[in-house]
Design a protein around this ligand. Sequence first.
Ligand SMILES: *Cc1c(COP(=O)(O)O)cnc(C)c1O
Length: 230
Amino acid sequence: MTQVSERLAEVRGRIAAAAVPAGRDPAAITLVGVSKRQPLDRVREGLAAGLTDFGENFVQEGVERIQALGPGNARWHFIGQLQSNKTRDVARWFDWVHSIDRLKIARRLSEQRSWHAEPLEICIQVRLVDDPGRGGCPAEAVPELAAGVAELAGLRLRGLMAVPEAHADPSRQRAAFARVRHLAEGLKEAGFALDTLSMGMSGDLESAVAEGATILRIGTAVFGPRPAPR
Ligand SMILES: *Cc1c(COP(=O)(O)O)cnc(C)c1O
């Protein structure tokens, strides 16, 4: 089976190949390895191969990995849907949360973040699909949520995150990412100091890089196919 280190080199090659025509520096793009449901050995392999950032969708699985690999050995990104009864563990163990879509969750995270820790780095998840079950804040409600998050002392608002619908046609994929970029540009004009666009996964990272993604969340292309859910 292909090793994580080989897959990682391949993904870094794809990022560089997409960055050059876009006039972007590949070193300014952070690769987050999304390790949900992957065996711990593959996650360890990723760390050994030089991955500095990991993304987790499930609180309990994520905390187990952080404890196994060491919180200080990588940056840990929570990217899944977050229920209010799970915020305490996220506030304690993670460095980033990409999936903020309501102020209630943001307030809890801010209150529960230790005063001794750095503020949690936050992205607001934008809902691009008309399906509330998929999570995310509707685009028109993002400015108000951003204003609320920006006031919270335990959080630092960094940017926007999105998971567009998969399209076989890369130009449609790119149009979805462009919407997120425009929304972020509008917020910056309104005075928010944003520096992050968390968008692009294994199948569409090229389109995301072309539209300015600064964080790519890559699962299967780095770690291989995910085992079926338990
Ligand atoms: C699973 C997941 C990813 C990674 O998806 P791949 O297609 O395996 O790269 C990225 N972002 C989110 C929010 C996910 O749930």
